[in-house]
Design a protein around this ligand. Structure first.
Ligand code: CA
Length: 220
């Protein structure tokens, strides 16, 4: 027994995946397709996708944001968990990778739920704010360029409802955030961001050490 978070060696991690992950075929197929690309590790882990889908179901979310689409796994796993009139506004600038995303959204029969915005996400978010979409989103997932985490978070905080949830990926950054000798720009930005959220009175906070660390910020 342990009353602190376990470190998972590969044996325990394998067991954890065996008894928890229920990845459906279309998500498996997207994972296999994404493996062909050198940036495949940008894809979220299946246990994380499943956890996010559970959160979205728990909240009975209808309207969500996906900031940083890549090959579309997070948008797909969330769209599959949304009701038929649910909506994901998906933001990315990468035309090539989002083409893969769109193919899989179509195959999965959820493309009507996903609205891809091929533009810098900050512009899309500003546009939504200008259109009066503040306090209308249930859930936002931030997994894009890490140096902009704080900007995405601040805009998402306008857009989600009180009681809505913002999830931010890679907050443990492969462990680099805990090593004071590592001082590169992105690590410092993630460290500052984590510290800021720890003190932020506008949210209830939990950092879940799943995959590369997932911050959950519930807007008060
Ligand atoms: Ca990520």
């Amino acid at each position: 027994m342990a009353n602190k978070t376990l470190g998972l060696d590969s044996n325990l991690y394998q067991y954890f995946q065996q008894v928890s992950v229920r990845e459906v075929d279309i998500l498996k197929a997207l994972r296999e397709e994404t493996q062909k690309y050198p940036t495949a590790r940008m894809q979220i882990a299946p246990e994380q996708g499943q956890f996010m889908a559970l959160l979205v179901q728990l909240m009975k979310a209808k309207k969500t944001l996906d900031i940083g689409v890549f090959t579309g796994y997070s948008a797909l796993v969330v769209a599959l968990a949304l009701p038929s009139d649910g909506q994901v506004i998906a933001c990315d600038v990468d035309e090539k990778m989002t083409q893969i995303a769109q193919q899989f959204w179509q195959k999965a029969g959820v493309s009507h739920k996903i609205n891809l915005q091929l533009a810098p996400a900050l512009e899309t978010l500003d546009h939504l704010i200008a259109q009066g979409e503040n306090n209308t989103f249930d859930f936002a997932f931030i997994d894009a360029d890490k140096s902009n985490n704080n900007n995405y978070y601040e805009k998402a905080l306008w857009l989600v409802k009180p009681g809505g949830l913002i999830a931010i990926d890679n907050v443990l950054w492969g462990g680099k955030v805990a090593d004071p000798d590592i001082k590169d720009n992105r690590t410092e930005k993630i460290r500052n961001f984590n510290q800021k959220l720890h003190q932020d009175p506008r949210i209830a906070l939990s950092i879940v050490p799943i995959a590369d660390g997932l911050t959950l910020a519930l807007k008060k």
